[in-house]
Ligand binder design. Sequence first.
Ligand code: ADP
Ligand code: MG
Length: 408
Amino acid sequence: MSAVTWVDAWSAEEGEQRARALFAASFDAEPDGTWSAPGRVNLIGEHTDYNGGLCLPIALPHRTYVAVRRRDDDLVRLVSAQDAGRLREVRLADVAPGTVDGWPSYVVGVAWALREAGHAVRGFDVAVDSCVPFGAGLSSSAALESAVAVALDATHGLGLAGPAGEPDDAGRALLAAACVRAENEIAGAPTGGMDQAASLRALAGHALLLDCLDGSVRQVPFDLAADGLALLVIDTRAEHALVDGQYAARRAACEAAAARLGLGTLREIDPDGLDRALATLDDGSDEGTVQVRRVRHVVREIARVQEFVALLDDDRLREVGPLMDASHVSLRDDYEVSCRELDVAVEAARGAGALGARMTGGGFGGSAIALVEGDAVQAVAAAVVAAFAAEGLHAPAFSVALPGGPAA
Ligand code: ADP
Ligand code: MG
């Protein structure tokens, strides 16, 4: 049987040392400091963020590290170990929607958005290294933006992130908003706000209940070890083209449905009123039929987040499995964002004894999560590897997620 590939998180020392070494090699100088921010995995509440709904991410132990030195001009010089250490340069004065290509857009986009919000941000040199899997649905993009956001906050004395060890949630909400603008307007990816909130606002040992209608959060204790459980993250390594178009199409269908119902967002639909809303949307047209499925997913998924949190509040973590399973079915059948690899991963994990499993993140590839007994992690991972091999799929990669701390 083939071996299980584990993607372990770096220690803080290793991450900082890597970013510092790349900085020194690229810029022949010492940085002002190093900062880092986590990727995230969403426990439940998928494709709800841009509908004013609820989601429940945790910060991963996997982080993106940046070494940064402030400059006195408006030049940004960037290198990333994930870009073969190639030096890139962007002038902040030139940054506007549509002007920056590739990964530098995520970085200079944050500086641009902070300037748009009235903060005096200058140029800087930045070296990036990361153990957050790239494009795996674990939000390496938000990890990069958030690490840059706290670095600029510190190097420019913006005072938004809060002192070390005492995160200022209100200030961090402003940093998260800047990161969302960077991703939407400069990188051109129409994502909601979940990823940036998780990376900047989720506390260690907690899941972050995010209300995307008003941006408010509640820290929900999430102690897997106390229940003898583990959260297995399965990176399917499935690459799918057309993701951007598919994501935008889902978002557009939700917005069109809300408009037809005379609502600001789908959040306004109460589960009790769902049937009535669906009957209104179901006008026999193809668009109407699609909107029925999309809206059904969103409204029920928001209700599942509430049930999931109620179970956590009640110390009944072991009972959340069926909610995870139902979320996956809904994303597969109603929202149509799953794919063969995700379905195989979820079914194999469940077949090997997982309490619950679901795709996580935007879909069309990326990662799945499975809630498993702490002593069954290896066996479940091995079962997923075997199922992928039997289906002729590329071998997946695994990690074990414990809720880590926010950008700092
Ligand atoms: P995800 O956020 O799920 O990992 P995305 O497609 O949203 O996937 O973001 C991945 C993109 O973010 C990469 O293609 C790259 O442009 C940028 N990125 C993320 N991390 C890094 C990094 N360490 N170095 C350079 N670019 C990065
Ligand atoms: Mg992303």
